[in-house]
Design a protein around this ligand. Structure first.
Ligand SMILES: [Fe+2]
Length: 369
C-alpha cells in the first residue's frame, strides 16, 4: 500500500471566495508584498479583490507587478529587496505559474540573509521562507497547491527547486479570474494541466492518491478539451472554466506527490529559447509520451485508459486539435548542445522504461530535425 500524502495548503475555492474569506489576509502578519505580472492580475479582477480584502482587514501592502513570463532570478531578487525594505511578513502571489512560482522564490529570498542564486536553488536556506498566499488567475499551472517553483537562472535556464516550506499556506481558486483569458492561452494552460496529470500518472513516484487526482483531472480535461478547441467562437461558460480550474488543481496535487516527467523536462528549452508558451511547450511531447508509455508500461496504460473512459487515439486527437502549429526546426548540432541537460535529469528518471539522454536526443531528432 502506498498512499503517502502531504499537502498542507488551505484550498479555498468558488466564486467570490476571496471576499468571503478576508480573514486569511490577517493571519500571517501586518504587511505583505503582492507579486504579479503586468496585466493578468489587474485585468482578471483578482488584484482588485485582494486589495479590497487586505484593506478590509487593515493589512498593509506593497505591489511588485513586474514578474515576466518564465520569471527570472533577477526579478525575484529585486522584489525580495523591496519586500525586505518594507518589512513585508508574507507574500501574496496573483497570477498564473509565473507569478506564483516567483512568489515562492521571493518568499525564500526575503527571509534569507543570503540571496544568491546558488543558495536559492540549493534549497539550503538559513531561514524558513515567508508564508505565501496564492491566487490563481489561469487554469493550468496548479502551482497554488505545489511546493515547487521554476525560476530562470542568471544563465537563462529554467530550473526548479522544491521544499515542503514552499507550499502556499492558502490557495484561492476562483474561476472568475480565468474568464478573461484568451482562447490560445486557455488551450495552452489546459494542456499544461493535462501534462501534469499524465506525467504524474506515468511516473515512478506515483501512488494511489496521486493517481486518483491524476485520473480525475484527465476525466475532466477530456470533456473540456473538446470545448476549448472552439472557444474562440463559442466562449466557455463559467461552469466550464470552473471545471478546467478543478482539473488544474487535481494536476497540481498529483505532481506535488510525483513531480513531472519527460514532457516538462524537454519542454523547458522551447520556452526559454523559442518563446513557446509553457503549456504548449510541454504538450508538444504528449503524443510521444502516451505512445512511449503504451509501449514500455502497457499494463499501466491499459489501466489508465480504462479509468478515464477514453481511448488512446481519441486523447491524442484532442491534444492535436488544441495545439497550435509549431515551426520549430533544430539542427543535429543544436540537439547535441541541449543533450547534457538530459543526463541524470530528475524528471526523465521518473519515467518508466529508460528515458535517458540518448532517448532525449533521439526524440528531439525525430520531432524537430
Ligand atoms: Fe507545467
Amino acid at each position: 500500500m502506498n498512499m503517502n500524502f502531504f499537502a498542507p495548503v488551505n484550498i479555498v475555492t468558488g466564486k467570490g471566495c476571496i471576499g468571503k474569506n478576508t480573514d486569511e489576509f490577517k493571519k500571517y502578519g501586518k504587511k505583505c508584498i503582492i507579486v504579479t505580472g503586468k496585466y493578468g492580475a489587474k485585468s482578471s479582477g483578482a488584484l482588485g479583490d485582494v486589495v479590497l480584502a487586505l484593506e478590509s482587514v487593515g493589512t498593509e501592502y506593497i505591489i511588485f507587478d513586474r514578474i515576466e513570463q518564465n520569471p527570472s532570478y533577477a526579478s525575484c531578487k529585486e522584489a525580495a529587496e523591496m519586500a525586505k525594505e518594507s518589512g513585508a511578513e508574507f507574500v501574496v502571489g496573483i497570477g498564473g505559474g509565473s507569478a506564483l512560482d516567483a512568489a515562492k522564490a521571493i518568499a525564500v529570498l526575503t527571509a534569507s540573509a543570503d540571496t544568491s542564486a546558488k543558495t536559492l536553488y540549493s534549497m539550503d536556506w538559513d531561514r524558513e521562507p515567508l508564508p505565501i498566499i496564492a491566487v490563481g488567475t489561469t487554469a493550468g499551472t496548479g502551482s497554488e497547491v505545489t511546493p515547487v517553483s521554476v525560476i530562470t537562472t542568471p544563465e537563462g535556464m529554467k530550473k526548479s527547486f522544491r521544499a515542503p516550506s514552499l507550499y502556499p499556506v492558502t490557495a484561492f481558486g476562483d474561476a472568475t479570474y480565468t474568464m478573461s483569458m484568451s482562447a490560445d492561452f486557455t488551450r495552452s494552460t489546459a494542456l499544461d494541466a493535462l501534462c501534469h496529470c499524465m506525467e504524474s500518472y506515468f511516473n515512478r513516484s506515483a501512488n494511489d492518491i496521486s493517481r486518483t487526482f491524476a485520473v480525475r483531472g484527465v476525466e475532466i480535461l477530456v470533456r473540456m478539451l473538446e470545448k476549448t478547441v472552439t472557444c474562440d467562437t463559442v466562449p466557455l461558460t463559467f461552469d466550464e472554466r470552473e471545471e478546467i480550474y478543478c482539473a488544474s488543481l487535481y494536476g497540481g496535487l498529483a505532481i506535488s506527490v510525483t513531480g513531472t516527467a519527460f514532457a516538462h523536462a524537454l519542454g523547458y528549452f522551447l520556452s526559454e529559447q523559442y518563446n513557446i508558451c509553457h503549456g504548449n511547450a510541454c504538450a508538444v511531447y504528449l503524443e510521444e509520451f502516451i505512445n512511449y508509455n503504451a509501449e514500455v508500461a502497457p499494463d499501466e496504460a491499459d489501466g489508465f485508459f480504462a479509468k478515464i473512459g477514453c481511448d488512446k487515439d481519441t486523447l491524442i486527437n484532442l491534444i492535436r486539435k488544441n495545439l497550435p502549429d509549431t515551426e520549430i526546426k533544430l539542427t543535429p548540432e543544436k540537439i547535441n548542445e541541449l543533450a547534457p541537460r538530459y543526463e541524470d535529469n530528475k524528471s526523465m528518471k521518473k519515467c518508466y522504461g529508460n528515458a535517458d539522454r540518448e532517448f532525449a536526443v533521439k526524440l528531439l531528432n525525430k520531432m524537430f530535425v
